[in-house]
Design a protein around this ligand. Structure first.
Ligand SMILES: *Cc1c(COP(=O)(O)O)cnc(C)c1O
Length: 223
């Protein structure tokens, strides 16, 4: 491998993003050997969007990896990842949160979760609107969810070249994060994660307040 090896791209990316911003390396569709390369240069947080792939990779790779589930999650599959998953970014319904809580209980764990929120204009995106989240907190609250830890918010911008639009959507997500934190997690140090930004827009996301970026293709292409 030459100047543009996976290792070099990873080191470069780490230098590019502020120390306090966490990097979830999105390893979907990558094989074990490739992921091990990233592991060997120090990467420890990996993101997958499919449960089966996540489980297979968990089994095959070192156990000090923190595995994050970043894609839409079906309730009947929560049980497969509940024993080990480090964070679920994609909690997009109260029913899913309930299932994660049940599975957390079964496994004697408290599972870190993010509420996926809807800020894009694309209609296929999953997630809560701010009002729906407020309704959840007002009507249910977290009192009955002892086996989940709500750590913040995850958002995806519209897939577009229109930077201003993407920026506006990130700004909306940051605003929503701040509002929910102020009103429902004011003294909660665990509510500290705003997961937004992918290969095409992570710098913009960081400018707009992201604390965790999910980057895949920018690192894994050309390998
Ligand atoms: C694939 C994926 C990413 C990473 O996308 P890249 O453009 O490859 O960086 C981030 N978040 C989610 C939810 C994804 O599915």
């Amino acid at each position: 491998m030459g100047r543009n090896s996976l290792e070099e791209r990873l080191v470069q990316l780490r230098e590019e993003i502020p120390q306090e911003v966490k990097l979830v390396l999105v390893s979907k569709k990558q094989d074990i050997k490739t992921i091990k390369c990233a592991y060997d240069v120090g990467q420890r947080i990996f993101g997958e969007n499919r449960v089966q792939e996540l489980v297979d990779k968990y089994d095959a790779l070192p156990k000090d990896i923190a595995w994050h589930l970043i894609g839409h999650l079906q309730r009947n599959k929560v049980k497969y990842i509940a024993p080990f998953v480090s964070m679920i970014h994609s909690v997009d319904s109260v029913r899913l949160l309930e299932t994660i809580n049940e599975q957390g209980k079964k496994n004697g764990r408290v599972i870190p979760c993010l509420f996926q929120v809807y800020v894009a204009q694309e209609e296929t995106k999953y997630g809560f609107e701010e009002e729906e989240l407020r309704t959840f907190y007002e009507e249910k609250g977290l009192i009955n969810y002892e086996h989940v830890q709500i750590c913040g918010i995850m958002a995806m911008a519209t897939f577009t070249d229109d930077r201003e639009r993407v920026k506006g959507e990130f700004r909306a997500a940051k605003n929503l994060f701040d509002n929910i934190k102020a009103d429902y997690h004011a003294d909660d140090d665990h509510f500290n994660t705003l997961s937004m930004g992918m290969s095409g827009d992570y710098l913009l996301a960081i400018e707009e307040g992201s604390t965790m970026v999910r980057v895949g293709s920018a690192i894994f292409s050309n390998t």
